[in-house]
Design a protein around this ligand. Structure first.
Ligand code: AMP
Length: 619
């Protein structure tokens, strides 16, 4: 193995990465760094996140910057705001000892004015989400004619998010003799198209096998009747007291519902999906990063920006529609040399998908046995005892009260004390699992039909949303106007590289400093809906209608309801959308029994026990 010095890394950068604790190059760095330090070398690297790819492209591009020429010389394009900020942070860390080198992150959802001011002051490297960069190009506030390096990070994700046209447009503004580097965790057909169109004989570097899941991830599936899906999720969480993981759901609605149920049942969980505001999403991600939240229930899209290295578990609450998403989901555990477990809770109908995924990840799934109540109680007990053994005793703080405690407990033997301690902690769980029926796995090989017909609480809702969503409604869920909010139609959608951040951006840019509260946002393929307070409606329409986004004229109008679906007044429902109003009473308003969730045949915790359902951090 070579050292960073032997790879040709300059002393100023070497000093910075040594301070960061990078002793030896990671495999992707060993391959990519020397190659990129040479001239005219282009690279396609198939590497998962967590393999050290930021430094692999970051160190050589930093080293090739001419600091005295204060013009953008490299652009890094990435799919999300969070990744954008993280890459910019890393580049700043690596260039700590390169005087005057400026890295600027530009992304939607924050003031474009301050980004324009920073661009005017001069930058060398721009790290950008595609939509915002196009916006800046169209405003003629950024010049890319001196860019010699273009990096596409998480290129497959950018394609998934509909940024293909945006990438085409950005690349048309960059000199043709640029070097391009493309990093991707998977190799879908769209990537080959980009490489053929834009790259000159790139070197293909594969870290791990093509499309292979991370090596140190164990893949398990639990086959359950649909009605038991949620119960099995709880059992998995209970069986792994120190779990720190993401539960992926298929829709925003299902995500919120499962999170609500878990929270009600006393688990240390929170939700992350596109219906939350950016501020709410930031706050949830921060809590999760700090491990104040153990289980994050998320949609694929929302979880993209989240970079956490040490997840113990990734749980698929049902399998994603496209098998490649599975690779992304499971690649979030088993990072940075650690082991991880990817779990799929599936019904009989999804068994075929497991086979497809096995081919893609080139690994076999193991069949998970649903833990019994007894096994869970034992596991929890030992985890508790383990914590008890390791607890830090603060002698000084408790010295004063200990004598009276000793006096009070003097009549108890050691064995009695232990029994009481354990009972105090575990009676609720033992009672809970004593009352619970054991969960039976469905019988496989009987024609692939789910005996329950999908009639679980969580499944029924998500399925309903999918069916109602019609074409393109995979992640749509149901759509309705909040009370006091007006629903507006805008003629831009995912295909235009348009996202929630762009709506906020348009409002920031066109509302002359007046604050507008944005409610629910629903992005469709070719258009979107967003909600604003009824009182702001007219002003928002007047201010936004007729403005430009990525060179297109923006049309905003109040959404009209038609045949149960909202459309633009001028018939703008190009997706053939079939979007319903909120039902009279949704499960979110209090569950089907009005008082919270009570799984069939499995009693829920008593209210007083709720907070004990799942050991929270620090408890
Ligand atoms: P990345 O794939 O770029 O997100 O990197 C994954 C993690 O590995 C980050 O926390 C990096 O700071 C860390 N890292 C990258 N390169 C090295 C290295 N050579 N030695 C130790 N840690 C590294």
């Amino acid at each position: 193995m070579k050292t960073f010095e032997e790879l040709g890394v300059a002393p100023s950068i070497l000093r910075a990465i040594t301070e960061l604790g990078y002793e030896n190059p990671m495999p992707v760095q060993e391959e990519v760094i020397p190659y990129l330090l040479g001239n005219d070398n282009e690279v396609i690297a198939l590497a998962q996140t967590g393999t050290g790819k930021t430094a692999a492209f970051g160190l050589p591009i930093l080293q090739r910057i001419e600091v005295q020429n204060v013009q953008p010389q490299a652009i890094v394009l990435c799919p999300t705001r969070e990744l954008c900020l993280q890459i910019a942070d890393d580049l700043n860390d690596y260039s700590k000892y390169i005087d005057q080198l400026k890295v600027l992150p530009v992304y939607g959802g924050s003031s474009i004015e301050s980004q324009i001011r920073a661009l005017k002051r001069g930058v060398h490297i721009i790290v950008a989400t595609p939509g915002r960069l196009i916006d800046l190009i169209n405003r003629r506030t950024v010049k890319l004619d001196q860019v010699h390096n273009v990096i596409l990070d998480e290129a497959d994700e950018m394609l998934n998010m509909g940024f293909t046209e945006s990438l085409d447009e950005i690349l048309s503004h960059v000199p043709t003799n640029r070097n391009m580097l493309l990093f991707s965790a998977t190799m879908p057909a769209g990537i080959s198209r980009i490489t053929k169109k834009y790259m000159r004989d790139p070197k293909e570097i594969i870290i791990g096998k093509k499309n292979e899941g991370a090596k140190n991830v164990k893949h398990l599936y639990y086959m359950v009747n649909a009605r038991d899906k949620y119960l099995v999720l709880k059992r998995i969480a209970d069986f792994n007291p120190n779990i720190y993981g993401i539960v992926f759901c298929r829709t925003k609605k299902e995500t919120q519902e499962i999170a609500d149920l878990l929270i009600k049942d006393g688990y240390n969980a929170d939700s992350l999906h596109g219906d939350l505001s950016q501020v709410q999403r930031d706050s949830v991600m921060q809590k999760f990063r700090l491990r104040n939240v153990q289980l994050l229930i998320a949609t694929d899209v929302a979880a993209r920006g989240l970079d956490v290295d040490d997840l113990t578990h990734v749980i698929n609450y049902g399998l994603p529609d496209d098998t490649e998403s599975y690779t992304h989901r499971s690649g979030r555990t088993g990072r940075a040399g650690k082991t991880g477990i990817a779990i799929a809770i599936i019904n009989l109908k999804e068994k075929g998908k497991i086979k497809q995924i096995e081919k893609i990840i080139n690994k076999q799934f193991e069949k998970g046995e649903i833990p019994t109540g007894k096994q869970i109680c034992e596991k929890q007990l030992f985890s508790f005892i383990d914590k008890l053994e390791k607890v830090k005793v603060n002698e000084e703080e408790i010295a004063d009260i200990l004598p009276s405690i000793y006096r009070k407990l003097d009549w108890l033997e050691k064995e009695d004390l232990i029994k009481r301690l354990v009972s105090n902690e575990f009676n609720h769980m033992i009672e809970y699992y004593q009352d619970a029926r054991e969960i039976e796995a469905p019988t496989e090989g009987k024609g692939g039909r789910d005996r329950d017909g999908g009639d679980s609480w969580g499944d029924r809702n998500s399925r309903g949303a999918r069916e109602r969503g019609g074409r393109g409604g995979r992640d749509r869920g149901e759509v309705f106007s909040e009370k006091g909010y007006a629903r507006l139609f805008i003629n831009l959608g995912k295909m235009d590289g348009f996202g929630p951040q762009n709506i906020i951006g348009l409002l920031n840019d066109n509302m002359q400093g007046t604050k507008v509260t944005v409610g629910r946002i629903d992005l469709m393929k070719n258009f979107s809906f967003f909600e604003v307070k009824e009182a702001d409606k007219e002003r928002v329409i007047q201010s936004l209608d007729g403005t430009k986004f990525a060179g297109r004229r923006v049309a905003v109008e109040q959404a009209a309801e038609e045949r149960g679906g909202y459309v633009g007044r001028n018939g703008g429902n190009r997706d053939g959308g079939n979007v319903r109003r909120k039902p009279e009473r949704s499960s979110r308003d209090g569950g089907r029994d009005g008082g919270g969730y009570k799984p069939k045949g499995e009693s829920s915790y008593k209210a007083k026990d709720k907070k004990k359902g799942f050991p929270k951090k620090g408890r």
